[in-house]
Write a new protein. Structure first.
Length: 148
């Protein structure tokens, strides 16, 4: 028989609200909390007491997955345009979010598909191999994401 011991010392506090909509993913490095939302990447330098949009260029992207390693940030995003497409993009910053590169990962085979919701998606690094998991597929790039 499995027994549980009740603990009553948990203390949760609501942080200041994000203006980015639904939060899909949270990550942190040594000094910053990052939130991937319906409207880009938001950052907090004070443990969630205040939030700032990391890059206004991401406002029309749903950030469905983030991974952080030292100063590198990898973000898996879906862009919703006038045609209501769900094209996935890989964003990368090597300087903690100051500058970014963008790769349209739907343009070349194997045509990475994330889906319109992006639910259950993740991205991670293992050396120079990048992995992307969507709800039904697993993709890998052995050249640091430069090609499929």
């Amino acid at each position: 028989m499995l027994q549980f011991k009740a603990q009553t010392n948990a203390l949760w506090q609501q942080t200041s609200g994000l203006e980015g909509g639904y939060v899909y993913h949270l990550g942190r490095n040594a000094s910053t909390v990052f939130a991937g939302t319906d409207n880009g990447i938001w950052s907090s330098f004070d443990e969630g007491q205040s939030w700032q949009i990391l890059n206004p260029a991401f406002n029309d992207h749903r950030i469905v997955a983030l991974t952080l390693y030292n100063a590198e940030i990898l973000a898996l995003a879906i862009k919703f345009g006038p045609s209501n497409s769900d094209d996935p993009f890989l964003f990368r910053s090597t300087d903690a979010g100051q500058t970014w590169t963008q790769q349209a990962i739907y343009e070349n085979p194997p045509y990475v598909y994330v889906g319109t919701s992006g639910n259950n998606s993740s991205i991670w690094r293992e050396g120079s191999i990048l992995w992307i998991k969507s709800s039904n597929n697993l993709y890998k790039s052995e050249d640091d994401g430069l090609t499929g």
